[in-house]
Design a protein around this ligand. Structure first.
Ligand SMILES: Nc1nc2c(ncn2[C@@H]2O[C@H](COP(=O)(O)OP(=O)(O)O)[C@@H](O)[C@H]2O)c(=O)[nH]1
Ligand SMILES: [Mg+2]
Length: 302
């Protein structure tokens, strides 16, 4: 399909077109860039980043929240990013299993994105997917990402609100602060409150913010039993209320994140385009003294 046609079908909320658009975003950065240009700037979607170590119950919680938002009559999209699939093994399958409660619902769209190499490229594709869902008219978009390292977490910069999901027994607070999770969260939740050790975990997170310039809410919930999920929804809704009322700082924050991820994605694509073809003959010319290494490198780069 021609890109302008595809863009206009996506804008009409055509699910097949949306799926196609996201596939373009994943596989073909240059076409994706043209498609994004055709879509224009972000409109009304409220983007909720959900991050935290693997297995804390992010997908299960998102599934619960989808249900709450559907009851409110809102359209919900999910982008589940798994940049570290070799490490987390099976997480994507997990996402699919744990978010099946809404498979028949035309107002819910869930898309998992697997790593094809670089985290940066994946972040750009995820950013594009969010913009595509926004154009398709989704009110709420969840961006689930595994928060293991700094680069995995950075992608949540495109969100209007970031939910950090932890659980009892994660060990010392150092694990949490090391990954950069303490900087990104607007709301912290200790999930699996049905298990031992949720309260000490809450205390240890609160202690990390002692003396800090901000004190985000730290909640307890159980995605399995539903306990505490209403409060969690309330905390997210408090941020969404600011978004809906047009708070500029929130809109700026998400757009800023999109610009950064798009720029990183473009830089990654350039990096990937450096082929080693011709390197042998260039090396010969450098050895002969005909070229500097810098000049040879410039010939190799696109
Ligand atoms: N006991 C308990 N288990 C949970 C809860 N929420 C999720 N789980 C389980 O934790 C495991 C990982 O959940 P998942 O949502 O895939 O975690 P993710 O990797 O963070 O997305 C699954 O076996 C879930 O059933 C909870 O509130 N209590
Ligand atoms: Mg998950």
């Amino acid at each position: 399909m021609q890109l302008p046609k595809l863009a206009s079908a996506i804008r009409k909320g055509d699910r097949a077109a949306l799926a196609k658009g996201i596939t373009v975003a994943e596989n073909d950065p240059s076409r994706a860039s043209a498609l994004m240009r055709a879509l224009g700037p972000p409109t009304n979607s409220f983007v909720v980043g959900v991050t935290g170590p693997p297995g804390t119950g992010k997908s299960t919680l998102v599934d619960k929240l989808i249900g709450s938002y559907r009851k409110m009559g809102l359209k919900v999209g999910v982008v589940a990013v798994d940049p570290t699939s070799p490490l987390t093994g099976g997480a994507l399958l997990g996402d699919r299993i744990r978010m099946t409660a809404h498979t028949g619902d035309r107002n819910v769209y869930i898309r998992s994105m697997a790593s094809r190499g670089w985290t940066g490229g994946l972040s750009r594709a995820a950013t594009d997917a969010i913009r595509l869902m926004d154009a398709a008219g989704f009110d709420i978009i969840f961006l689930e990402t595994v928060g293991i390292g700094q680069s995995d977490i950075e992608v949540v910069g495109v969100s209007h609100a970031v939910l950090v999901v932890l659980m009892p027994g994660l060990g010392d607070d150092i694990q949490v602060s090391k990954a950069g999770l303490m900087e990104v969260g607007d709301v912290y939740v200790v999930n699996k409150s049905d298990l031992e050790g949720a309260d000490p975990m809450v205390v240890s997170i609160l202690s990390l913010f002692r003396g800090a310039s901000r004190s985000p809410p730290v909640l307890k919930a159980s995605a399995l039993s539903g306990e505490g999920t209403e409060k969690l929804l309330g905390a997210i809704e408090a941020v969404r209320a600011r978004f809906v009322s047009g708070e500029e700082a929130l809109r700026l924050r998400s757009v800023r994140g999109m610009i950064v991820e798009t720029a990183r994605g473009a830089a990654m694509a350039k990096f990937a385009a450096v082929s080693e073809r011709g390197a042998d003959s260039l090396a010969r010319r450098v050895v002969k003294g005909e070229l500097t290494i810098e000049a040879a490198a410039a010939k190799l780069a696109p």
